[in-house]
Design a protein around this ligand. Structure first.
Ligand code: NAI
Length: 332
């Protein structure tokens, strides 16, 4: 069986970690018919569009994508490709499991957390305007529909995978209407899942709780901006951005991508850690019901980390991207 998947290698370290991931999937004996596309600044220079029509058509057809990081200019220039793709295909659930690998220096080696982030609205709706010179407004959109949908996603996941506890994270003491609606929706959905303990924590307190005792949390559920920030904070529990996988799920499509960005500071040097994208591809394999293959690759990755001989520089090793990938393939 061959899977047709849209592939966006991205820019910066994107093509390097993507090549490594494809090598591992190939070595595991999986057959993919990749449809590769450029996006962002590279695509704009060539085609005058940051997201070429053919790329959108490909995702529309295949309903599944594997994506490397794509740079977004800060404070000017084109809008984020990531945000645009999530919105276009209604990939409303951003999913980031935090589960440190062996031998990675981290303060909390046994953390096992899942961050579920609403991906389509909140302050990322892109509704900003200048009222008068020197005054801008940025609109935070929270809807009952999206808040209920993401809450249901989290609780369904908990039910299916035996997770015990969900904290809905908010700032409803200040944003009484918007965050108030978000927690009202998650509270309502929680009533349908009595086997899952439900609680609410204010986002600033959550940051403090996370860095002092992350073990109290099982799953964190939140709107877009808090999810963006807290999932990077939680990436710290993994020991670095090069390790954390991610997935964006919608009703009928999914895109799998690492949490990290294009890392321009190390791009082209052959030293990027491909673990995050390899782990993202395991979420993709699970989505495709290739559970056995996902488990085999996961075991190979764990073996390489356990043996500690071929780890990349970001986590204190000396291996190049290629040497790490060779070691995973040998372990397979
Ligand atoms: P970044 O994640 O690219 O880099 C932050 C730090 O982590 C850097 O020191 C980098 O070298 C290191 N790092 C990241 N991934 C690594 C890996 N796999 N192996 C080893 N070290 C790694 O974040 P930054 O610098 O804030 O963003 C750079 C660009 O990436 C920006 O244009 C941003 O918009 C874009 N970006 C894209 C994302 C996506 O496409 N999903 C997500 C986040 C940022």
């Amino acid at each position: 069986m061959s899977y047709r998947v849209t592939l966006i290698p991205g820019d910066g370290i994107g093509p390097e970690v993507t090549a490594a991931t494809l090598r591992v999937l190939d070595a595991a004996g999986l057959k993919f018919d990749w449809e590769p596309f450029e996006a962002g600044a590279i695509a704009f220079a060539k085609y005058g569009e940051t997201i070429p029509r053919a790329l959108l058509d490909s995702i529309e057809r295949n309903k599944i994508g594997l994506k490397g990081p794509v740079s977004t200019p800060i404070g000017e220039g084109f809008s984020s490709i990531n945000v645009a793709l999530r919105r276009k295909f209604e990939l409303y659930a951003n999913f980031r499991p935090i589960n440190p690998l062996p031998n990675v220096p981290t303060h909390y080696p046994d953390v096992n957390l899942i961050v579920v982030r609403e991906n389509t609205e909140g302050l990322y709706s892109g509704l900003e305007h200048e009222v008068v010179p020197g005054v801008v407004e940025s609109l935070k959109i929270i809807t009952e529909k999206a808040s209920t949908r993401i809450s249901r996603f989290a609780f369904e996941y908990a039910r299916k995978h035996g997770r015990k506890k969900i904290h809905s994270i908010h700032k409803a003491n200040i944003m009484k209407l918007s965050d108030g609606l978000f927690i009202a929706c998650s509270r309502k959905v929680s009533k349908e899942y009595p086997e899952v303990t439900y609680a609410e924590h204010i986002v600033d307190n959550t940051c403090m709780q996370l860095v002092t005792n992350p073990y109290q949390y099982d799953m964190l559920l939140m709107e877009n901006l808090y999810g963006d920030i807290l999932s990077d904070l939680c990436s710290g529990f993994e020991g670095g951005l090069g390790l954390v996988p991610g997935a964006n799920y919608g009703e009928s499509a999914a895109i799998f991508e690492a949490v990290h960005g294009s890392a321009p500071d190390i791009a082209g040097k052959g030293i990027a850690n491909p673990t995050a994208l390899i782990r993202s591809s395991l979420l993709m394999l699970q989505y495709l019901n290739e559970h056995a293959a996902a488990a085999r690759i996961q075991a190979a990755v764990v073996k390489v980390y356990t043996e500690k001989q071929h780890l990349t520089q970001d986590i204190g090793g000396t291996a190049s991207t290629g040497e790490f990938t060779d070691a995973v393939i040998a372990a397979l």
